[in-house]
Write a protein that binds this ligand. Structure first.
Ligand code: ADP
Ligand code: MG
Length: 723
């Protein structure tokens, strides 16, 4: 049997696959949030006073009145059972980027042996999963493993349907019995509270008498690859690492730009339609879908929501993508760089802050007052990114995102802020003194206020910036496709809270001196630009000049996660999180440890795979080919035909070089002697990784030489172009 039998079988299976058939999509109003225990469902099923109290908790973030928990639990259970659920689960978000859930039945056995379905307030409000196996960076040792989940009232419960049936899912925080956050949701809620407090202070100083709670919002654009499962399942690297560790580029890649925004293939369209229907049922406002730049790459972007809910929905969406892909015979790859040589996947996190009384605080608005307010908030972001850019770099630092950042498709590892030329011009004028006018058309100078009227749409876009202002929000583009958006949102909320506190203090001290409000705003903004203007960059983030300029401006360039993760140990970062009440030093330290461990482990797993795939798959194939080829040359020689030995020698040379590199890598993996986490991180990034690349170089060259019928691994061409 020839080596590529499994490839041929896969191709034949895909070619003969029966279409699931396009059906007209369901009506939005019939689908929308039917599987969510929404406010309207609560209102319909709860006594008036209970509903009122619960609604207040949801909208203001106050603690829930324990006396109503029982009533809510019964209503929730009855609703869930009416939807076919027999189990409920406290869903939580450990430090792994995954979603975790422990299922419990509603069943309760009575003293007479009969059973009833039961769900009481206590079970709704608090759970105790034995979560001792989740990485927690040493906060809990196993002998005191108790971790609690606690209901997050602000994120609605929902029914999740899988092949195993329906389950009532309750979003929760996950904390240790000593109260430390073991998850990604707790700090997000805390960061939002800190930002709310600081923003409220500033808004009051700006003369607003009525200020509703300020919340952060998030709209995340999710990129992903779809690969036929028949191919993915015959690649150990895709199965275990989520990316190809070997593979020669196909003759055609993305150079024609013929995939981007092209017609969506029918099979993919069916998949997307199902994802959207499922998303709608779960109250996830899926809005945009399109092909992405690379072949086999797509994007889904829901409409933005409150950051906490958007984060839960984002996790849910990643789960939906994975399980729905399976049903359609695909594997959905959320890895940041599944294929070498073509674009990887990111997750742009669009972020803003706002409230019910002042609206979106990062929207320029059309009165001098709202513009002043906008400039204050925008200035606070600029200051924050300048002071804590390295933190933004650290929260996107993963082994997989390392492959993407700084490649010619994703923002560089240097953090900077893109404002667009018009807004940059305004800040430029502020820092030069009074705003005397504007070079930019459509912008008016409103003399007495000293602050200009701002354009509504900044117009231009810059795809090379990691952190861009896009008209009424910032877009953090360096976030990885497989990541939870919680970490980036925590960082953004926290640095904004810190900056707004600073703004409030600076404004207060100016006002105390008798400075008029608009002049005080101007002075404070000027100080921001003088001290922190270096972070603003409107040019090409990919260019060599920027790398030089950034260094001159003192902006850090933390190339790998190994360089970026230790930022979490820096005193000013520890102080920031502690001061804002978002993460205690212990909690932050546990995150450093956990993320470091994950980085090291994922590179180790990949390196081991490189060794085993090279030895057991590629080497045998190459040797079979060599034997065949040399045999043919020898027999031909007997009948007097001389064939050149060039190919044999080349293949033999590549095989030898590959196996030498494999031995080196194998040896290097036996080193377990490191003085510190930092040293181990560096070893993984700067010693192991290049050695893996070395092996790959020879293996990929072999793929270009060895007879195709012997090659067993599905090729780039097959995986990316056969659907
Ligand atoms: P792009 O041009 O970057 O591809 P998309 O339209 O695909 O833009 O995505 C933009 C995302 O930004 C959407 O999720 C959208 O809902 C979100 N967004 C819009 N306004 C805000 C806001 N004020 N806060 C947060 N996200 C927002
Ligand atoms: Mg975008």
């Amino acid at each position: 049997m020839s080596g590529n039998e499994s490839r041929l079988q896969a191709i034949s299976k895909i070619t003969n696959r029966e279409s699931l058939g396009l059906t007209p999509p369901g009506k939005l109003e019939d689908l929308w949030a039917v599987d969510v225990f929404s406010l309207s469902k609560m209102q319909a099923s709860l006594p008036k006073n209970v509903f009122k109290s619960l609604k207040k908790t949801i909208q203001s973030g106050e603690t829930i009145d324990p006396s109503i928990a029982d009533v809510v639990a019964i209503a929730m259970k009855d609703w869930a059972i009416s939807k076919g659920a027999l189990y409920y689960a406290h869903v939580f978000y450990p430090l792994t980027n995954a979603t975790a859930e422990k299922h419990d039945g509603f069943i309760s056995v009575q003293s007479d042996g009969s059973v009833i379905s039961e769900f009481v307030g206590k079970l709704l409000v608090q759970g105790e999963p034995d979560g001792s196996s989740f990485p927690n960076g040493g906060i809990r040792s196993t002998f005191e493993a108790r971790g609690y989940t606690a209901w997050d009232v602000t994120s609605p419960a929902y029914i999740m349907e899988t092949d195993n049936g329906a389950t009532l899912c309750i979003p929760t925080v996950f904390v240790s019995w000593t109260g430390e956050a073991l998850d990604k949701k707790t700090p997000l809620l805390r960061s939002n509270a800190a930002m709310n407090k600081a923003a409220t202070k500033v808004l009051k100083l700006l003369g607003n008498t009525e200020v509703a709670p300020v919340n952060s919002s998030c709209g995340a654009e999710q990129e992903y690859f779809l690969i036929d499962a028949n191919f993915a399942n015959s690649r150990p690297d895709l199965l275990l690492a989520g990316r190809t560790l070997f593979g020669k580029a196909a003759a055609k890649g993305q150079q024609f730009d013929d995939h981007y925004f092209g017609a969506i293939p029918e099979r993919v369209q069916l998949f997307m339609q199902e994802i959207e229907e499922r998303a709608y049922r779960l109250g996830i406002p899926a809005k945009t879908r399109h092909n992405e730049v690379a072949p086999g790459q797509f994007e889904i972007a829901p409409f933005f929501e409150a950051a906490n809910v958007a984060t839960d929905h984002q996790q849910l969406l990643m789960t939906l993508l994975r399980i729905t892909a399976k049903k359609h015979g695909f594997v959905c790859l959320l890895h940041e760089k599944p294929f070498k040589g073509i674009n990887g996947s990111g997750k742009h996190v669009n972020w803003s802050v706002g409230n019910a009384t002042q609206g979106n605080l990062l929207d320029p608005g059309d009165t001098p007052h709202s513009n002043a307010q906008f400039l204050v908030f925008c200035g606070a972001v600029i200051r924050g990114v300048h002071l804590y850019g390295s933190l933004l770099r650290a929260v996107i630092a993963t082994a997989s995102n390392d492959h993407r950042l700084g490649a010619n498709e994703a923002p560089p590892a240097i953090m900077s802020v893109y404002l667009g030329s018009q807004l940059e011009d305004v800040f430029e004028q502020i820092s030069q003194g009074a705003v005397t006018g504007s070079k930019v058309k459509d912008m008016m100078n409103i003399g007495v206020d000293t602050l200009p009227l701002l354009p509504k749409d900044p117009g231009d876009r810059n795809r090379t910036s990691p952190f861009a202002f896009t008209g009424n929000r910032f877009e953090f583009r360096a976030v990885g496709s497989g990541q939870s958006v919680a970490g980036p949102l925590v960082a953004m909320n926290t640095i904004l809270a810190d900056s707004l506190n600073w703004m409030a203090e600076a404004l207060e001290s100016e006002l105390a001196k008798g400075t008029e409000l608009n002049a005080a705003i101007h002075l404070v903004l000027k100080e921001v630009m003088d001290e922190h203007g270096a972070i603003v960059f409107n040019g090409n983030g990919y260019s060599e000049e920027w790398h030089k300029l950034a260094a001159e401006r003192g902006l850090p360039n933390l190339r790998t996660a190994a360089d970026a993760l230790p930022v979490l140990k820096q005193p000013h970062i520890i102080e920031l999180f502690e001061k804002m009440g978002v993460l205690s030093p212990v909690e932050l330290a546990s995150r450093f440890e956990t993320y470091t461990e994950q980085y090291i482990l994922s590179i180790e797993v990949e390196a081991k795979l490189v060794v085993s795939m090279a030895k057991t798959i590629i080497y045998p194939t190459a040797v079979t080919y060599l034997t065949r080829l040399s045999g043919a040359i020898a027999s031909l020689k007997e009948i007097g035909v001389e064939l050149t030995t060039e190919t044999v020698e080349k293949v033999a040379g590549l095989v030898k070089s590959m196996m030498d590199s494999v031995s080196k890598l194998d040896m290097a993996l036996h080193n377990h002697d490191f003085a510190s986490h930092e040293e181990h991180l560096q070893y993984s990034a700067k010693t192991i990784r290049p050695m893996m690349d070395n092996v790959r170089e020879f293996a990929d060259a072999l793929e270009g030489e060895v007879a195709d019928e012997l090659w067993t691994l599905p090729t780039y061409q097959e995986m990316l172009f056969i659907k």
